[in-house]
Design a protein around this ligand. Structure first.
Ligand SMILES: [Fe+2]
Length: 329
């Protein structure tokens, strides 16, 4: 490359005090305003982190080795980086920022590392779990918009562990999906299925993230839950889960997923539901009414929240493509 064509502002005599502004300056040629802003804030916070902790070279190498190991253990069915983001609380934070929920709508929570794209589509009434040791559970749900109207034809991904607390992908000999399915809501917004009562389970803790938790004196357990993901054009993509109340890990979830509005009591199937759904009376029952938010409602709320949050930090921003960038006009 011809050096005379490089339009980079000159940098020299770099010091601990001026390194941040110099890195920001050299990155500022980026034409993507959002990327430029994200990089500017990332560099600022990373540098401040090093300054504030007086980070030693040994500690930095330990950190780099740790991240290397996190990458090396990842496979098609093991995502250690998602796990790392989860145990640091970052996954929940990003979901809350990007998918804000108005009052009365269903809150989101962490996706976790066990969603797959090969679950089979299943009509209402069938069983998503083939584990004979699981406690049979009838799940009856409705799906509405924020005005209370049923939403038909939403694609719903559902996944849970078996009765031993393992997802199908954690078994080496997995030949086909189990404990997961895809459903569609009917014109009443209803979908119902048979499953097993969720149990608590540890996140994979035989890798670098598990070792980190151990060092921090944290346990790797997640409270009993079932995952749900909703997709329909015009509605904000909802990734959520339902948590069983009074689970021993309800208040110490390793990945910070539990929210009050997503915590449910397991009931029992009474005579009416037994007849209607053809399941034995007394069987465990989970019911929930999900409320989806439209894309328009979400964009408006996201932009509003961004303005409020950045105003508090004293930053003048404008919203472009739904995301904040510095307002330099
Ligand atoms: Fe899970």
């Amino acid at each position: 490359m011809d050096p005379s064509l490089v339009k980079i502002p000159p940098m020299k005599d770099l010091t601990a005090d001026n390194i941040t502004e110099n890195v920001i300056t050299i990155n500022s040629l980026c034409e993507d305003a959002r990327m430029k802003y994200v990089l500017e804030r990332l560099v600022t916070h990373l540098h401040d982190f090093a300054r504030e902790t007086r980070l030693s070279s040994d500690e930095w190498m330990t950190g780099l080795r740790f991240l290397t190991e996190v990458g090396q253990i990842c496979t098609d069915v093991r995502q250690e980086f998602i796990l790392l983001s989860d145990v640091l609380g970052l996954s929940l934070l990003v979901d809350s920022i990007d998918h804000p929920k108005p009052p009365g709508s269903t809150e989101g929570t962490v996706l976790g590392p066990f969603h797959t794209h090969d679950a089979e589509e299943m009509p209402s009434g069938e069983s998503m779990s083939h584990d004979p040791k699981g406690e049979p559970l009838l799940v009856v749900c409705t799906l509405r918009d924020t005005e209370g109207k049923p939403i038909e034809g939403v694609k719903i991904d559902i996944w849970e562990t078996d009765s031993s607390g393992h997802y199908d992908v954690q078994y080496a000999g997995r030949e086909e999906p189990d404990g997961r399915c895809v459903m569609r809501s009917d014109k009443e917004g209803l979908f119902w299925f048979r499953a097993i009562t969720p149990v608590p389970y540890p996140i994979p803790h035989d890798g670098p993230v598990g070792r980190l938790l151990k060092k921090l004196h944290r346990h790797p357990y997640r409270p009993s839950h079932m995952h749900f993901m909703f997709e329909k054009e015009g509605y904000d993509h909802l990734i959520t889960a339902l948590y069983l109340r009074n689970d021993p890990y309800e208040t110490s979830d390793a990945v910070f997923g539990v929210k009050d509005s997503l915590t449910v009591d397991i009931g029992k199937v009474g005579p009416e539901l037994s007849k209607k759904y053809g399941v034995p009376e007394g069987q465990a029952l989970l019911t929930y009414d999900f409320v989806l938010v439209s894309d328009a409602e979400t964009s408006e709320l996201r932009a509003h929240n961004s303005k409020v949050a950045l105003d508090k930090l004293g930053r003048k921003v404008k919203i472009v493509n739904g995301l904040p960038i510095p307002d330099l006009d």
